[in-house]
Write a protein that binds this ligand. Sequence first.
Ligand SMILES: Cc1cc2nc3c(=O)[nH]c(=O)nc-3n(C[C@H](O)[C@H](O)[C@H](O)COP(=O)(O)OP(=O)(O)OC[C@H]3O[C@@H](n4cnc5c(N)ncnc54)[C@H](O)[C@@H]3O)c2cc1C
Length: 394
Amino acid sequence: MSPSYDVAIVGGGAIGSSIAYFLLSDPAFHGTVAVIERDPSYKRASSALSASAIRQQFSTPENIRMSRFGIEFLREIGRYLGVDDSGSLDIGLQEKGYLYLAAPSHEAVMHENHVIQRAEGVEVVLLTPEELAIRFPWLALDGVVLGSLGLKSEGWFDGYGLVQAYRRKAIALGAVFLAAEAVGIELEGPRVVGVRLADGSELACGTIVNAAGPWAREVAAMAGVALPVEARRRCVFVFDARRQLPDCPLVIDTSGVWFRPEGEYFISEAAPPEQEDVADLPLEVDRRQFEERLWPALAERVPAFEAIKVVNAWAGYYEVNTFDRNAILGPHPEITNLYFANGFSGHGLMQSPAVGRAISELIVHGRYVTLDLSIFGYERIAAGRPVVEKNVIG
Ligand SMILES: Cc1cc2nc3c(=O)[nH]c(=O)nc-3n(C[C@H](O)[C@H](O)[C@H](O)COP(=O)(O)OP(=O)(O)OC[C@H]3O[C@@H](n4cnc5c(N)ncnc54)[C@H](O)[C@@H]3O)c2cc1C
């Protein structure tokens, strides 16, 4: 007889592990949880190849609210994910802010976003070029008409450490992590009844969650469901500028290139040009991007970056929701025991606490309890009703 679990989660990255943790820490949940993860080393997982930053500066209130819970969770990580009583767990959270820079064409949108963010209680200020020059004297402000700086609750952390912490805690609470690959989903009528694994074995389940990150489309297809999620390669470059920039936040330049400090170095990335941004490119670093795109933009924005040296680089996949670049959350409208937690398009690590809590609430209580995220339901795709988020990076 095949083993049976109440909930089977395909994918044990930040999202799948967070869902397992939140399920098992809800006193109203009395079931069993299996997390099916084909690569426990997370070598290709987005969660391990991320820039691991968190921001509040979105234009969609629900995205802001997810990030608000995200930062509270990260600040108190020991209380949530500590496995002993000490409550000590360090994921190196540094709240140094995000600074968006606007060219004239983006000025009106920055003002509109600011109104939404302030209404949501985000501590953010708009700065004129003169104010930016005083605060960040290392910036060259040609072409910049406005800046938006998060004063609190934004920064970066150790993303791989977060995944490991979710996983460790979920296991301590009783989750079974299976080092296995899901290759098929068994349906009986409109219900999922099990998962087929690559070794030929099967697992029966009452509910299945697709948390397969950049590979979510393939997992959805196993149930005959179309999911508009693509693996799009992003290359991150680590460079040495031989100096620090005082109070440097994560800066999103008008060119789309972003950078932030990383220890004694900096890291930087930008989406490739649209025509080159195709699905499933090999996870190899495209060094041309640094020479042709990043470096010129970095040197123009920060004169101290004129003589920098790349010391490392890596490539990872964004799990891009090609429909509207926002999360796809909750059950399939017809196959109601198939849940999605997909398509985060570069926000998944910061949203992982809110997503884990949200999906576990849907499974255990049949509704969103703490934060209504129904705008991100799968139904919007069939209905052609995109959720427009104006602050997407890359
Ligand atoms: C360069 C880069 C920068 C980023 N920067 C940020 C950032 O600053 N802030 C932020 O919040 N987010 C950022 N992101 C996005 C973030 O990393 C992702 O949204 C998040 O990690 C997604 O987590 P996940 O668990 O869904 O996916 P993953 O971490 O990819 O996990 C999915 C897992 O599913 C497993 N899997 C897939 N298919 C199967 C199968 N059939 N059977 C078994 N296992 C399977 C895979 O092995 C994988 O481990 C960035 C991403 C990249 C690539």
